[in-house]
Design a protein around this ligand. Structure first.
Ligand SMILES: CC(=O)N[C@@H]([C@@H](O)[C@H](O)[C@H](O)CO)[C@@H](O)CC(=O)C(=O)O
Length: 307
């Protein structure tokens, strides 16, 4: 039986970190991972959507995971997203994740081809069978086009190694249904950061999110209010977070905006890889204003923690 406690809480979907020429930069990856370890988050989700795993070669993805493990392995929970277009590459990455010491692997159904449930099941099963690591399904139908059915989830969740699902679809009803299918010990991790509180309230055990990375203190605060039953306060923090997210989503790419904000926080991880667009020069003033707002809210969150 896998102890799932270490997967519950605030898990950052780690951004990709590149040098100024756009190459994966292990030193910047380590600095980014350390930045979050120092903030007190539960763990990192490496190589997912925010991590641009789908835009990197398998060799690059291995370098990223190794850098993360060297910096925070054993200190933070590390989930390696190993999903790739082919099952072969996903299995290669899964085996590498086990050798590197990751705590779990996770994968999207696959990309580009329209796949049948049988095909996705086989794809995931090959990864699951290739290691002794726990497996977390990554359900993100708006990007993969594959909708995880109750039937398939039921079959997957029946396996001991399949410990949970990260659900990035926007339906909290679906989240609640997934929890009901998996049962109380099956992890359900909230994907839409805008609905963290709604997801938690309806059964999520924690969350994995991309925007957590520019405001971890606010999500940690929201989580602690929720745990302590201070729902009105939790709601107020979720609303503040949503102001920031709405703003982040107004830039040409979310990840470009997040990285530009992070740079102002003193952590450089380059621009996103094309086709994800960086922030245009003309929009840098808006990024500065956004960072100012995050800074103010973070100050409030930290001050209220001391009361
Ligand atoms: C569709 C999507 O990218 N969803 C994000 C959210 O963090 C999302 O960026 C946020 O809710 C803003 O819309 C995460 O669920 C994805 C994620 O955790 C990842 O980067 O792997």
């Amino acid at each position: 039986m896998v102890d799932t406690e270490k997967f519950k809480g605030i898990m950052i979907a780690l951004y990709a970190a590149y040098d100024d020429e756009g190459n994966v930069d292990p030193a910047r990856v380590r600095k980014l991972a350390r930045h979050y370890a120092n903030k007190g988050v539960k763990g990192l989700y490496v190589g997912g959507s925010s991590g641009e795993g789908m835009l990197q070669t398998a060799a690059e993805r291995k370098v990223v995971l190794e850098a993360v493990m060297e910096e925070v392995g054993g200190e933070l929970t590390v989930i390696a997203h190993v999903g790739a277009a082919s099952t072969r590459e996903s299995v290669e990455l899964a085996k590498h994740a086990e050798a590197a010491g990751a705590d779990a692997i996770s994968a999207v159904p696959a990309i580009y081809y329209r796949l049948s449930p049988a095909s996705v099941e086989r794809h995931w099963q090959e990864m699951i069978d290739s290691t002794s690591l726990p497996f977390i399904i990554y359900h993100i139908p708006q990007t993969t086009g594959f909708h995880l059915s109750a039937d398939l989830l039921t079959r997957m969740a029946a396996q001991d190694k399949v410990i949970g699902v990260k659900i990035s679809s926007e339906s909290t009803y679906e989240l609640q249904q997934f929890k009901a299918i998996g049962g109380p010990d099956f992890l359900v991790l909230n994907g839409p950061d805008e609905q963290y509180l709604a997801g938690r309230s309806i059964g999520a055990d924690g969350g994995i999110g991309g925007t957590y990375g520019v405001m971890p203190e606010l999500f940690l605060k929201l989580e602690s209010c929720y745990r302590e039953g201070r729902m009105e306060e939790a709601k107020a923090w979720q609303f503040k977070i949503n102001e920031i997210i709405k703003n982040l989503l107004s830039f040409p790419s979310l990840y470009g905006a997040c990285k530009a904000v992070l740079k102002l926080q003193g952590v450089e991880c380059g621009e996103p890889r094309l086709p994800l667009l960086p922030v245009p020069q003309a929009d840098l003033g808006r990024i500065a204003l956004l960072q100012k707002q995050i800074h103010e809210y973070t100050g409030e969150a930290l001050a209220s923690a001391q009361v």
